[in-house]
Design a protein around this ligand. Structure first.
Ligand SMILES: Cc1cc2nc3c(=O)[nH]c(=O)nc-3n(C[C@H](O)[C@H](O)[C@H](O)COP(=O)(O)OP(=O)(O)OC[C@H]3O[C@@H](n4cnc5c(N)ncnc54)[C@H](O)[C@@H]3O)c2cc1C
Length: 442
């Protein structure tokens, strides 16, 4: 413990709050981490349904998530055990009219050139368009003078309809959870710069083998407690107030044991909740006004012997054909206890969830049967549709995101929505948590 050790509260044990608390105890501060629910993890957590351990939504990480990987190592996660590392790829089922694009294990940028050269299902003009995009974006330093939508950027870069449909649109929706016609081109370029444009390992795709709570939040909480911190579950902070010497938090009705006195505080909730707690926060109104996009994951259980040819595939979604799934993961190839379980992701899923859960699950099963030419996929033994209505903020062009520093002494905010290069992701949450901790306690 350093002589400058402070008493610090962190409100919210999502990935941002866990990251902030880990960083603070590491520096040597006394930390109390408050979490409203009974478990850590927030929007990336384990759920148990009918005795099956699932996630609230299938997640995928990138090799470019440097802060997430660093913190995972600090709290004791064996990254190679916890996640399957695959080279950058966009593979569609063989007869579905898609493409097969996979980067070989060569140094950057050769891995991309070779992937392009070998890609199946693309015409010469599609490959040239993709190469042109990558060269021009590099030449521009991945920066735009003025932000615009991803659709406008793709038009400007003269991309073919096919490469837009098979590569850019699915990548944009997966990374920004916002359709290209409404998504920020600059944020999209930031993600591409750190994945496609960086060293090969950064473009790798990492798929969790363990549930999301085990992937970081649980080990983070254990790390915090081992370092003398306190983690309080079922402890929603109802009010935060300034005093002459610091900050007070109130859980429950404010009896003495429900009031905490701290030197400093990190509020790591979603922006609307932070705005509700922080009367004097100058960014309060803009934080309360964020728009949101839903993400839906459809889990389908088949007989344990059912196995896809690869751990995951891209799917062609088409609302007119009642085909909603965008990616499918064969969970059995990630965790032997999940043999026969598929998870199908639908990002920016407003239209899809309007169908209703039962109809959506039936549509997804039918889409899988058609895409893989396996009629048995039409009849899963069990299904579960999990929709997160406010999965991420809507990543619009020119969106102004609040800074971690609030202008109020001893108060910082953290969360995937604060100012940064990335859209709402695990990496933006972790980076934000670490930055808030360093501001308050560094
Ligand atoms: C379905 C889905 C799929 C996604 N897929 C991906 C993906 O593939 N890759 C990727 O990188 N990202 C993905 N994301 C985004 C990623 O999960 C989020 O960006 C990240 O989890 C946000 O973390 P956070 O800590 O900023 O916020 P949150 O997770 O929202 O954490 C806030 C925490 O604060 C708690 N809280 C709120 N109010 C209070 C209070 N008053 N007192 C105490 N506690 C409080 C909440 O209970 C919560 O635990 C996905 C998100 C969803 C929902």
């Amino acid at each position: 413990m350093t002589s400058a050790a402070q008493k610090i509260a962190v409100v919210g044990a999502g990935w941002a709050g866990c990251a902030a608390a880990v960083e603070l105890v590491r520096i040597g501060h006394h930390v109390t981490l408050y979490e409203a629910t009974r478990h850590p993890g927030g929007r990336a957590r384990r759920v148990v349904v009918d005795g099956k351990t699932l996630d609230n939504g299938q997640h995928i990480l990138l090799g470019a998530y440097t802060e997430t990987l660093r913190l995972m190592r600090i709290v004791g996660i064996d990254i190679d055990q916890a996640m399957l590392r695959l080279p950058l790829q966009m593979r569609y089922p063989e007869h579905s009219g898609g493409m097969d694009f996979i980067a070989p294990r060569l140094p950057a940028p050769l891995h991309l050139l070779a992937a392009l050269w070998r890609a199946k299902g693309l015409a010469k003009e599609d490959k040239l368009a993709l190469a042109r995009f990558s060269t021009t974006a590099r030449w521009m330093g991945w920066r735009l003078n003025t932000d615009c939508t991803v659709t406008e950027l793709l038009d400007r870069f003269d991309q073919t309809d096919r490469i837009v449909r098979l590569m850019w649109r699915p990548l944009c929706i997966a990374a920004l959870n916002t359709p290209p016609e409404r998504a920020s081109a600059q944020v999209f370029l930031n993600v591409l710069r750190d994945s496609l444009g960086a060293r090969r390992a950064a473009s790798d795709m990492l798929i969790p083998r363990v549930d999301l709570t085990a992937l970081f939040p649980e080990c983070a909480a254990a790390f915090i407690e081992r370092r003398g911190g306190v983690v309080r579950y079922g402890a929603a902070v109802k009010a935060v107030a300034r005093t002459e010497s610091g900050w007070l938090t109130r859980t429950g009705n404010g009896t003495p044991d429900e009031t905490g006195a701290f030197d400093a505080i990190v509020v790591a909730t979603q922006p609307g909740q932070a705005a509700g707690l922080l009367e004097d926060w100058p960014d309060k109104n803009s934080a309360a006004a964020f728009g949101y996009e839903p993400i839906t994951t459809c889990y389908l259980q088949y007989a344990p012997g059912m196995r896809l040819a690869h751990p995951f595939f891209a799917l062609i979604d088409n609302a007119d054909e009642n085909a909603w799934g965008q990616f499918v993961f064969d969970r059995g190839q990630l965790d032997k206890n999940q043999a026969g379980l598929l998870s199908v992701v639908i990002s920016a899923s407003t239209e899809a969830i309007a169908l209703g859960r039962e109809a959506l699950a039936a549509a997804v099963a039918s889409q899988l049967a058609t895409a893989f030419r396996l009629p048995e996929l039409e009849h899963p033994e069990w299904v579960k549709v999990i929709s997160e209505k406010r999965a991420t903020f809507s990543c619009a062009p020119g969106l102004v995101r609040p800074e971690n520093a609030t202008g109020l002494d001893g108060l910082a905010i953290a969360g995937d929505y604060t100012s940064g290069d990335y859209p709402a992701t695990l990496e933006s949450a972790i980076r934000s948590g670490v930055k808030a901790a360093q501001l308050i306690g560094g």
